[in-house]
Structure formats: C-alpha cells, structure tokens
Design a protein around this ligand. Sequence first.
Ligand code: COA
Length: 538
Amino acid sequence: MDTIESRIDSQSDEYKANYEAMEKLVEQLKAELDKARNERSEKARARNTELGKLTVQQRLDLVLDPNTPWLEIAPLAAWGMYDKRIHSAGSRAGIGLIQGREVLVHANDPMIKGGTIYPLGVKKTQRCQTIAMENRLPLVMLVDSGGAFLPLQSEIFPDADDGGRIFYNQAWMSKMDIPQITAVMGLCTAGAAYIPAMSDHVVHVNRTGAIFLGGPPLVKAATGEEVTAEQLGGAMVHCQQSGVSDYFAEDDAHACQIVRDIVAVLPRRPKAEIPMRQPEDPLYPPQEIWGIVPRKLVTPYDVREVIARLVDGSRFLEFKALYGPTLVCGWAYLHGHLVGILGNNGVLFSDSSLKATHFIQLCDRQGIPLVFLQNISGYIIGREYERAGITKDGHKMVNAVATATVPKFTVIVGSSFGAGNYGMCGRAYSPRFLWMWPNAQIGVMGGEQAAEVLVSVKNEQLIREGAGPMPPQLVEAIKKPIVETALKEGNAYYSTANLWDDGILDPAKTRDVLGLAISASLCAPIEPRRQGHGTFRM
Ligand code: COA
C-alpha cells in the first residue's frame, strides 16, 4: 500500500479559515452534548437523591469496565423537540465493555420526566435493539421509567413500529441467542413490565424497583384496592413470590455488580476474523481534517486528504485510480482492521457507479467491511447521461450496496442528496452505523434546487392556464420558505434529533469511532458471499 501524499498547506488562509469554521461547529457540538448529559432540573435531582437512586452516569460508571471506551448512540436524539429538554430522547445508550466484552447498554434517565418514553424514545430503544441484533451484542437495560409519556400516547402505542415492537424484538433476540439482561432500578409499569419479563436475566433493586401491569393508582381506580408500589411489584414480591425477577439487589450499586457478574458467565463466541495488522497512527493528524473540509458544501476537495487522516500509516491501496475519478475506492487498515473505503470526489457518473459496484462485490466476497465517506450531490443528470444509461449503472451500485452482507459503516462528511444517499449507503441501506459531521446536510436535493423545481412547475402550470410566468416577487415568495425549510431540516442536528443517524461526530474523532464500531461489528459472524454468480467486472 502506498502512503497518500497530502497536498494540504496548513499555513494557507483557506486552511486556517476552514479550521476556524469547523472549530466553531465542534464547540457547539460539545456544548450540546454537555447540555444533553447534564442539564436536569434541581427538582428532579433532589427527587432522585431522596429516593436513594444513583444518576444514569453513576450507574453507567458502575456497570462498565473502568476507563474503557464508550461509543455513545444517539446522544442528541430528540434535540430541540418536545419541550427541548427531553435530552437524548430520555435515555443514555452506547456500546461499552463489561468484563472485557462489548455490550450494548441502554439506560432510562429518571431525571427527565420520570424516565417516561416519548416517541423518539421508542425509536431509540428499537435502534439499540437493531444494533444489538445486527452485531450480536448482549443488551443490558437499566430500566427506570414511568412508561409511556401519556400526552403523546397515540404516537407511541398503536402502530407496527411503536412500543409493542420493542417486546416483539425482545422475543426474537431471545430466539437469536442475544442475551438480554434487565436491571429494574425504578418503575416498569404496564407495557414496560414486559421489558424485564421478556429478558433472559432480571435483577431487581429493593425499594426503588417495581414491576406491575397496573400501578397503584390504576389498581385503586379499577378495584378499590389500596396498595403501595413495593407491595404490588417490589423486589421481594418478584424475587420471592412471583418469580418474575431472578436476582435481589440491595441498591443500584449492588444491581450493577450483579449485571457484571451475569455478563461474566455468558457464553463467549469467537469474533469474526478479518485481516488485521498492528494498529498504527495515521501519518497526518486527524485534527487536520478541520482545515481540509471547505466551509461551503459546494466547494470541491480531495477525499483522499480525509482518508489519509483516518487510516493506519495514511496508507491506501487505491482501486481503479484512473477510472471513474469522482469516486475514490480502495483498501486500508483502520485501527488494525482491513476495510474497503469509498469516498466521493464529485458527482456519480456511470464509470464511478460501475467502479463502486465492482469494488463492493469484491469486498463482499472477501468478507471485508465497507466504509462509506458520503459527500454526494447525486448521480449525474442530463440527456447525454440518460442516453448512456446512468440510471441502470446507478442501479447496479445501489443493488450492490443494498445486498452486500459485510458490515457497512457510513459517515456523511458533507452533502447527502438524492439517490447519491442510497448509492453511498444511507440509513435505508442498513449500514451497521451511520454518523454525520456537524457541517453535513441531507435531503432529496439542496434547497435552491428544490425551489427551482417548484418555481418551474408553477410557471408551467400558469402558462398552461394562460396566466403567463410568475412575476419575480412571487418567485422569491415561493423560493424563500423552501430554501429555509431545506436548510433547517437538512441540518445535522435535525437529522440526529430524528434518529436518522447514530450521532454527530467531531471529524477529528471519526477514526476512533470507526475503530470501535468495526470492532463491535465483528461480534457477529461475517459470511463472505459465496453463492450465485462470481464478481462481475464492471
Ligand atoms: N406521562 C407523562 N408524564 C409523566 C408520566 C407519564 N406516564 N409519569 C410521570 N410523569 C411526569 C410527571 O408529571 C412529572 O412532571 P413534571 O416534572 O413536569 O412535574 C415528572 O414526570 C416526574 O414525575 P414525579 O411523579 O414527580 O417523579 P417521581 O420520581 O416521584 O416518580 C414515576 C416518577 C414515573 C415513578 C411516577 O411519576 C409515576 O408513577 N408515573 C406514572 C407511571 C404510570 O402509571 N405509567 C403508565 C404509563 S404506561
């Protein structure tokens, strides 16, 4: 593999201006993450202490191996939504090490509206389950939740991908041999009672933990019976009488210890094997990405400069370097793992689409994970290209991405527009993980283009009706809201709030995050594609 030779001048005005712009975006990101982790009302804090409970952070610290990496999932889910304080959609989740083993941990935050579940909370729990299933990770749930956030119950309960799906997934995970451990650290009311009930192992904290299908107020209303939460579904009831829970814990800390003990005795499967080397830092510091990424999305730059700051030794074996130059493909080691990388260097043409198809097939057959660096305004359009069959060449790439069974990882490093999003493994193409950089934008097309399309449709309609083309003021009045909405709803924060991604990343941290994610993905077997036809040279 050759070392990528960087052409970046870190003393140039352009580099410095880019660096400053990205620094601001990363500072904003850090501030938002800090708020999500720490902004809680005094009332909620006092209540948590009064009940003798630990905070979510303290629980995570006790359950995870000390001083080990934590790959947080969707820390800014529900950002700016509801009352703007349902941070992280009401729970913390991530992949960490317990007893040296990669485990997905999901913990409700009782200091956010009693840990109740909002619609985005349902989506986040299901996203965690998908990650656990795809990567075969044991799932630990630290439950402390008032159940459905009742004012929004119609958005949480009835549909196929609403709350009930969580328990359906639990049943399938059990069938798939994915261990599920629940620690009952607060209420598990009504439907939420099924979280421990559907788990393989249930740890129950005395006094604060309770499981019941109907809470004390409902029991009183329905039957007149007066009963406390502890009498109804406390640890003694369920560990001694009903058998719903398996392990009695004195307090939160004890429960965390028991969870660790359970993980220690889970059967261990060997990780999938891919070609590995001793990890090595890139030759060029990842921090320099801040100065490389242009301030405007439309400004082109060479994605090899980013690859050089992500991969071991900045070494890269480029595939078809002279063919289809708007897509860079090649092999590199990342934190010691061999991966196939695809990065955009412009619009996708027929040749770049065919090159991608060929490359993806090779990686899929060889069992090599794929990393997509997505910065794409779309596939080329126009008469010449339609005649040359861009749609069928794009189809081959989309088909190869969709059906590749090796682990796929996507980082949206700039634009993510149109079918380019599909071909470069957008969310709908099931990458194991997908992240956005804070400068990234996503949408069917850019706001300006969308506005132009709508103006032209309206004009044609008016001309057809004999009313002539629109006056310039009307054109502006149509364009402005479309451009504004596209900017707002295509923004990385809007994306992450809606869980279209697994988080916004500081570009300088991308290498480490990818390393952790690739390692976690190897907990699931990789079966290189052997059936059907061979690789088609495109
Ligand atoms: N839906 C909407 N809001 C709820 C809620 C629910 N299911 N459960 C609690 N809340 C809100 C409370 O109104 C309160 O809001 P506020 O901070 O704006 O005043 C906040 O969550 C905290 O509740 P509080 O009762 O003050 O805290 P707590 O720590 O003493 O108790 C619970 C938390 C969850 C144990 C308790 O609120 C409770 O039992 N909730 C009802 C649980 C239930 O029956 N759910 C059925 C849904 S399936």
